[in-house]
Design a protein around this ligand. Structure first.
Ligand code: PLP
Length: 408
């Protein structure tokens, strides 16, 4: 028998910080916060032995629906499969054009290409970095010019900030195309008081360990309010099955989430609301610290009014040509950083032959790819660590600025 251990409040604070290196994402601190609960949840699965589609999968689906307000949650193996399941349920095929922002993770476009349809790359807005409705309009015209059928849009909620769904819905209505959300980075975020999960016709998310709500492995989910669509998604997830295991009514995939991952997510979901508040407080502290010393040199994230980002990443915008030198200095001070993403998709070898909106450059995406920098971000980042990070950032910015002045 396990003695139920009390979960210590703020265990991270009680530890001595200085000896520990700053982590980009600290899953160890989260494990400490959870106490023995993850181990116990995994052991329960080992005891009952239903490793595939065990009871935890259905418990999790119910809890996720309650959390985000979607009528149906269909869990699956990862976020990429979630995107793929949506396209398969919508019977996307060759000659269909699907619009995706160029400034995103490759999976958003990859699933479109895998089905033989055409991803059309669209530019993003210079303030939110999410899809630009004007560029989307241009993309629809490009699709028609190329003899393709404009079918749907994958709006990406980059860095955890929901796209402007009301605006996008208007554009989609006027062109009679469907709107789907790639919310792989934004589960837990809000737009106009509503949680991510019900925008557009369906929403895909990812529970990859580094996402705001993550498994200890791969996982994903599709959310929808549409009963008929939910049934198709459930069938597609298990080889297009009908009423019987060996009854195949459509071509599907093996896209199930492991019971062990579902059991882990149930425990993580129970502290997610607390983690959301912490993420928002940490992001606000970064913004205050950076704006008080580096205003004009660094742009902090812009969040739309009535919108709450989950800050999957806290990403700043640097001056042209500053990034390499800043990363070098930060690394020398043991401060990890990351670039999401150093290259736009329409410039990637695998995707450069696909069309862009207006069949021209996408200047905002290209500019962002050369200037963004993500700082360490997780719910257990202490104010002292944040101060240290911003202090080193300030020093490296000044050093870089001085270098450029010498060159001039
Ligand atoms: C992480 C991510 C995905 C893919 O999710 P996986 O679970 O890694 O397959 C898709 N789209 C975006 C925008 C992502 O950030």
């Amino acid at each position: 028998m396990f003695a139920k251990k009390e979960i210590t409040k703020n265990p991270v604070k009680m530890q001595k910080q200085p000896a520990k290196k700053i982590a980009f994402i600290d899953l160890q601190a989260q494990k400490i916060r959870l106490g023995n609960r993850v181990e116990e949840a995994v052991l329960r699965v080992l005891e009952h032995g239903h490793y595939i589609m065990g009871p935890e999968v259905f418990t999790l689906e119910k809890s996720l629906s309650e959390f985000c307000g979607a009528k149906h949650t269909i869990t699956c193996a990862n976020g990429t499969d979630a995107l793929m399941l949506i396209l398969m349920a919508k019977e996307v095929k060759a000659k269909d054009a699907i619009f995706v922002p160029s400034f995103t993770f490759a999976a958003t476009a990859e699933v479109v290409a895998l089905l033989g349809a055409t991803p059309i790359f669209v530019d993003v807005l210079p303030n939110t970095y999410n899809i630009d409705p004007n560029s989307l309009e241009e993309g629809v015209k490009t699709a028609k010019k190329l003899g393709l059928h404009p079918k749907g849009v994958f709006a990406v909620d980059l860095y955890g900030q929901p796209a402007d769904y009301d605006l996008l819905q208007n554009v989609c209505h006027s062109f009679n195309i469907e709107l789907w959300a790639d919310a792989a980075q934004s589960f837990g975020a809000e737009y106009k008081g509503i949680k991510v999960g019900t925008f557009g016709e369906c929403t895909a998310t990812s529970f990859y360990p580094a996402k705001p709500l993550g498994c200890f492995g791969d996982g994903g989910a599709v959310f929808t309010n549409d009963d008929a669509l939910a049934e198709i998604l459930i069938s597609l997830r298990v080889h297009g099955q009908g009423h019987h295991k060996y009854d195949n009514v459509r071509i599907g995939m093996n896209g199930r989430m492991d019971t062990i991952q579902a059991a882990i997510l149930i425990e993580k979901l129970s502290i997610f609301s607390e983690e959301i508040s912490k993420r928002q407080a940490i992001a606000a502290r970064y913004t205050t610290l950076i704006n008080s010393t580096l205003m004009g040199l660094i742009d902090t994230p812009y969040i739309l009014p009535e919108t709450k980002s989950i800050f999957a990443q806290y990403t700043i915008l640097l001056k042209q040509n500053y990034r390499e030198s800043i990363i070098k200095t930060m690394t020398a001070h043991d401060i990890p950083t990351a670039v999401h993403y150093p290259k736009t998709l329409h410039q990637q070898p695998a995707y450069q032959h696909y069309p862009t909106a207006g069949q021209k450059d996408l200047p905002v995406s290209e500019d962002l790819a050369s200037r963004v920098l993500s700082l360490p971000m997780h719910p257990y980042l202490s104010p002292q660590c944040q101060e240290k990070i911003v202090q080193v950032l300030q020093e490296s910015c000044k050093k870089t600025a001085a270098q450029f002045q010498e060159v001039e």
